[in-house]
Every structure is written in structure tokens, then in C-alpha cells.
Design a protein around this ligand. Structure first.
Ligand code: NI
Length: 192
């Protein structure tokens, strides 16, 4: 089932996601949620989607960076379901590249990030993984993990750019800049 994507300005995107309870086997509900997140991501032409973006403040993301493989070979076959991740930065040098986000329709900005990371996480069957990720795949992972910390990529761009796109961000937050996929905007504030 395709789910609506929560847009910039919605408080769920600013919450710190809760860890998924992995003390028992994955529930049917969780497995369905993973399937629905992939379906939603593919239908919206995204390469990553974090649970807060579908209104669930839990530490889970899905990634399939295959569409980027032509430009970034490290993305070839990079499909991961990541639950309760821990991120370690392996290389401190930051590189700026263009990023977009399904929660920020119509925007793309240069974001500085490191190119080498190590992640520890559980997959959808709660099997443990630990791996090093490089290049654009590492960027996608960092972008998605930011969502679990209540961050979006525009938090990481320089102040001047942020000032320049402030109007566009506000338009998204008040429902005046909407995507062509199903979405939810922030609850309207009462006017006095
Ligand atoms: Ni995003």
C-alpha cells in the first residue's frame, strides 16, 4: 500500500525517532510497514525513505540507490532496510553534492557530507549487520539517518542559501508547494 509522504513543516519530521523493539521477532505489522515504505519510495521516484516521512517516528529507513548507479557505481545494488542504526564517521573530509528529499518537493541543494562511514544496524528480519559505505551511497545513508534525528538536509546548508530558499520552505510548510505524489502537510495553525 502506498502511503502519503509527510512534508517539511510537519512536527513528525522534527522528532527524534524511537528505537524499534527488536527483543522479539519482527511483527507482521512491521514487515508490512517495510513493504509499504519501499512501495511508497519507488512510486515517488525516491532512493531513500525514513519512517518519520510516512508519519512514524521509529528508527527505520529503506534505501535503494540503484537509480544512481550510472553516475555513482558504488550505488549499484545498494538496497538496504536499516533498523536501529549506529553511524560512525570514518573520514572527516566533507564533500558538497546536490541532494533532494521527498519531504521537500521542488528543492535541491548542495550538502556537505563525509564520504566514508561505518554503520551497524538490523535488517527487516532483525539480523545484525556492520558495514563500511562510501561515496554517494554513504551520502544517502547519512541523509536518511538524519531524518531519524529530526533533521532535514536544509539544516546542513549554509545560512545564506537557507535565507534564499526560506520562502520555498515556508510554501511547503503551509501547503502551497505540493508534490504530485500523495502527501500530508503540517496541521494548520489556528489564526487569531
Ligand atoms: Ni529526505
Amino acid at each position: 500500500m502506498r502511503l502519503p509522504i509527510y512534508l517539511y513543516g510537519h512536527p513528525v519530521l522534527r522528532a527524534v525517532a524511537e528505537k524499534v523493539d527488536t527483543s522479539t521477532a519482527p511483527s507482521q505489522e512491521l514487515k508490512e510497514l517495510v513493504d509499504n515504505m519501499y512501495e511508497t519510495m519507488y512510486a515517488s521516484d525516491g532512493v531513500g525513505l525514513a519512517a518519520p516521512q510516512i508519519g512514524r517516528s521509529i528508527a527505520m529507513v529503506v534505501i535503494d540507490a540503484q537509480p544512481l548507479a550510472e553516475s555513482f557505481p558504488e550505488c549499484d545494488g545498494f538496497k538496504r532496510t536499516i533498523i536501529n542504526p549506529e553511524l560512525e564517521i570514518l573520514d572527516g573530509e566533507e564533500i558538497g553534492r546536490n541532494e533532494g528529499c521527498l519531504s521537500l518537493p521542488g528543492l535541491a541543494e548542495d550538502v556537505k557530507r563525509v564520504e566514508h562511514i561505518r554503520i551497524k544496524y538490523l535488517d527487516a528480519d532483525f539480523n545484525q549487520h556492520e558495514e563500511e559505505v562510501s561515496g554517494f551511497a554513504a551520502r544517502v545513508v547519512q541523509h536518511e539517518l538524519d531524518h531519524l534525528a529530526g533533521k532535514v538536509y536544509t539544516d546542513r546548508i549554509n545560512l545564506m542559501r537557507r535565507q534564499l530558499i526560506k520562502g520555498k520552505l515556508n510554501a511547503i510548510a503551509i501547503g502551497r508547494n505540493t508534490p504530485d505524489y500523495p502527501y500530508r502537510t503540517a496541521p494548520l495553525r489556528k489564526k487569531r
